[in-house]
Design a protein around this ligand. Sequence first.
Ligand SMILES: NC(=O)c1ccc[n+]([C@@H]2O[C@H](COP(=O)([O-])OP(=O)(O)OC[C@H]3O[C@@H](n4cnc5c(N)ncnc54)[C@H](OP(=O)(O)O)[C@@H]3O)[C@@H](O)[C@H]2O)c1
Length: 332
Amino acid sequence: MSSPSTSAHRPTDTHRESRKVQEMKAIRIHAFGGPEVLAYEEVSRPIPGDDEVLVKVHAASVNPVDVATRAGYLQGMIDIKLPHTPGLDLAGVVEAVGADVTSVAVGDQVYAYSNIARQGAYAEYAVVSAGEVARKPKTVDFVNAASIPLAGITAWQALKIAGVQQGQTVLIHGAGGGTGSFAVQFAHVQGARVIATASTDKAAYLKTLGADEVIDYTATRFEDVVRDVDVVVDLVGGDVTARSLGVLKPGGTFVTPIGQPDQAAAAAAGVTASSMFAQASVADLTEIASLIDAGRVKTSVSHVFPLAEARAAQELLERGHMQGKIVLQVAE
Ligand SMILES: NC(=O)c1ccc[n+]([C@@H]2O[C@H](COP(=O)([O-])OP(=O)(O)OC[C@H]3O[C@@H](n4cnc5c(N)ncnc54)[C@H](OP(=O)(O)O)[C@@H]3O)[C@@H](O)[C@H]2O)c1
């Protein structure tokens, strides 16, 4: 017979089992650097606070900001604590809710764009705030739902900031990427005429999304063929920003989620120029889900990787020329 002290230190099967279910697989970085710092590890499952939701992640998408975070480019701007699990976008099923959460319940199928400073969505479970999570579109699976949040919210909010109206002409740079694919469709469903810039082989794809005109930026400088547009959404940055101000009509609006446009140059051109940063919004996610479920907007997933292959997924994104989104499948 075991002595009381021995049995107290030896976990029973039940104890082992309960400890096991609190663990999960996740991608973590312990230092900033290249794709090789992405490690597939066993870690503790997070616990939601009172206003938070624990989601069993079925899919998480890969965004350029995940690469910037991993590389350490955001240090000094955002306090990323190591070890860190990347990933802002997820789709999955609510596993548990905090005491103050009433907007979603255990078992709900949801999607979310979560805060960058959190432990993220490249994991079997992730905690998000109640203000970041909405019911996912019913007509798409988890992989496609996970492709939406950050790209969709950015495109949606950029057009809102620009105040796009029916009948206006909107020029969208970087139109074939994750964010651009949604921006083209949202502008189209809002009744705008859409001019898109992208590399050669994306023209047919962009026409299916609703682009009225596609400019191959590898062959044509857009400012040679475009003038008097109402709105420019710049998803490329760099010299494209400065070159865009001159193609707007007087009083037109430029908006970008990359960098800060030169306000003096914008004033000289007689246009308004804004930078923006995507804000978590349940209302925006819900409106986007309605458009998806109504069949008016499509998702576009170009590649799916298992969670363990997050490194390959980020390497692919870093090679550039994305068409639509890369998604990590976490659960079937
Ligand atoms: N601040 C924020 O809140 C926020 C939110 C979301 C995204 N962003 C930023 O917005 C940018 C786009 O994000 P994303 O997720 O859409 O990236 P992405 O999926 O990698 O797409 C970028 C697209 O730009 C195209 N492109 C590259 N150079 C171009 C040029 N000179 N003219 C036209 N198209 C060009 C690329 O392919 P081709 O060259 O083959 O056409 C690709 O389709 C990234 O810099 C990202 O960090 C910021």
